[in-house]
Design a protein around this ligand. Structure first.
Ligand code: MN
Length: 132
């Protein structure tokens, strides 16, 4: 089986390095983008199994990028888990309205990130199975 592909969209180099290392060690093929524009291009060509989408990005933010990915038939089925540093009331609802399938709050828990990602991928595969 090929390694599951995860596209990580994150503009903070330290966070990117942490997520990249944790997911690579856990056996994922990690692709990276530091802007929403690049993420949208990569997602439609690479078709990752999951996108981890930072909300706060320079230029187009992660919520708008999520809306665009979910609107495009080529990328609509790719699960998107939003990452945000703003643990503010209403943020989860906003992320879900934009089309995020899941939500993780930063600072990320290094001990559970790989398991969290695996759960999102498995959960979504099971959901899809119901419709096959
Ligand atoms: Mn950011």
């Amino acid at each position: 089986m090929p390694l599951p592909k995860v596209l990580v969209v994150e503009d903070n180099p330290a966070n990117m390095e942490l997520v990249y290392d944790l997911l690579t060690v856990a056996g994922y093929h990690v692709l990276t983008a530091t802007t929403a524009e690049r993420a949208i291009k990569l997602a439609s060509t690479v078709k990752p199994d999951l996108v981890l989408m930072d909300i706060g990005l320079p230029g187009m933010d992660g919520l708008e990028a999520t809306r665009r990915l979910k609107r495009n038939p080529t990328t609509a089925a790719i699960p998107i888990v939003c990452l945000t540093a703003h643990a503010m009331h209403g943020d989860e609802a906003r992320a879900r309205r934009a089309g995020c399938d899941g939500y993780l709050t930063k600072p990320l828990d290094a001990r559970s990130l790989a398991d969290d990602v695996a759960e999102f991928i498995v959960g979504i595969e099971h959901t899809n199975d119901d419709h096959d």
